[in-house]
Each structure stands twice: as structure tokens, then as C-alpha cells.
Design a protein around this ligand. Structure first.
Ligand code: FES
Length: 152
């Protein structure tokens, strides 16, 4: 049956009633109105659902909400500080790192983790790290440029 889960998301404590089988992705989108995180494949293949748990990127479609209790969850909604975009968001704007935009939240969350964990020192390295985030529009060159710029 459903139980009350306590989740810490973007610095706020939220309570959500959910069955143990509910994924973090569905909890975010359908029960917490955090729809910035996208559902593409729902099977760990596309990266559209990427969020951070304790600073590590994860596919939220492969993570049960119940397992995310007691951890710090960050979604795309939590990246900007007020009106100030995160440098990765600025870089995606500057380099046109999106076309339709559906994959963009996941790309940005992956990009942030890529730079923070030191996987963006070369184009090849960044491309490899970002390879789990698919873009149907094929904006890969611009996405790579954005990630590499933030890597410095
Ligand atoms: Fe999670 Fe595609 S929706 S990887």
C-alpha cells in the first residue's frame, strides 16, 4: 500500500504519498509538480530523466522514490539561484544547446555532473560521459560546446 515518503528536493522537505513501486521520476512529475524532469524511455536508455542524488547523476526512472529518502535530490528546477541561471544553463543558451528542448533538462543535469566530477577535460571525455543523454534533434555539437565551456 501507499505510505508517506519524506523527500528532500532542491533544499525543501516534501512529503509524498506513494506506493513502494513508484519511481522517483513519477513522484517528481505526477505527485510533486516538478515537471522539468522529463520522461523519455522510462527504461534507463535516454537520460531525459536525469537528476542528482547527493550530487551524483542518476536516471530517476530507474530509482524508486522510496530509496531516495534521506538523500539530497536536485532537479533542473533547483539549479538556478533566484533569477540567476546556473552557468551550465547560460552556456546552453549561448551555444544553442537545444532544439525542441525535451532532452535539455537531463542534458544540463548530466553536464553539471560531468564538469563537477572532472569528466569534461577533453571533447572525447565529455562526449563519452554525455553519451547516455540522447538528443533526437542531434544538437550534440552544441551541447558539447556548452559543457566544454563550463569546464573551462
Ligand atoms: Fe529515464 Fe529515459 S526516461 S533514461
Amino acid at each position: 500500500g501507499a505510505t508517506d515518503l519524506t523527500l528532500r528536493i532542491n533544499g525543501q522537505v516534501r512529503t509524498v504519498r506513494a506506493e513502494p513501486r513508484v519511481t522517483l521520476l513519477d513522484a517528481l512529475r505526477e505527485r510533486l509538480d516538478l515537471t522539468g524532469t522529463k520522461k523519455g524511455c522510462d527504461h534507463g536508455q535516454c537520460g531525459a530523466c536525469t537528476v542528482h542524488i547527493d550530487g551524483q547523476r542518476v536516471n530517476s526512472c530507474l530509482t524508486l522514490a522510496v530509496m531516495a529518502q534521506g538523500k539530497e535530490i536536485t532537479t533542473i528546477e533547483g539549479l538556478a539561484k533566484g533569477d540567476e541561471l546556473h552557468p551550465m544553463q547560460e552556456a546552453f543558451l549561448k551555444h544553442d544547446g537545444f532544439q525542441c528542448g525535451y532532452c535539455t533538462p537531463g542534458q544540463i543535469m548530466s553536464g553539471v555532473a560531468c564538469v563537477k566530477e572532472g569528466h569534461a577535460k577533453t571533447d572525447d571525455q565529455a562526449r563519452e560521459w554525455m553519451s547516455g543523454n540522447l538528443c533526437r534533434c542531434g544538437a550534440y555539437a552544441n551541447i558539447l560546446a556548452a559543457v566544454r565551456e563550463v569546464a573551462g
